[in-house]
Design a protein around this ligand. Sequence first.
Ligand code: FES
Length: 116
Amino acid sequence: MAKFTHHIFVCCNRRAPDHSRGCCDPEGSEQLRECFKHEVKRRGLDPLVRANKAGCLDQCELGATVVIYPQAIWYGGVRKEDVPRIIEETIIGGRVIKELLIPDHLLNTKGGKSLP
Ligand code: FES
């Protein structure tokens, strides 16, 4: 069986509205993941590209968070409107979208601040 070329993990974590870190899917609707699934299918990219639901990816303050493996491209602040562009430019075109990229120095920080 062929390997996946891209595995898109979409944070669908939901927390209480008053949680200090917030969350990527406050309504628990999983609409962002559904958009990715729809676009992957519409472009005929399945089964080699797959969009999966993920729990918290620990980049909450920078969400909605999406990570694409095996390329390890981390996107933050992702909205439904960004999905066609991510599929077109990153998945098909192999280009990183700088405006959505979470820079390495902000990964694994709380609130997007550098760790001590
Ligand atoms: S809630 Fe999405 S990264 Fe934590």
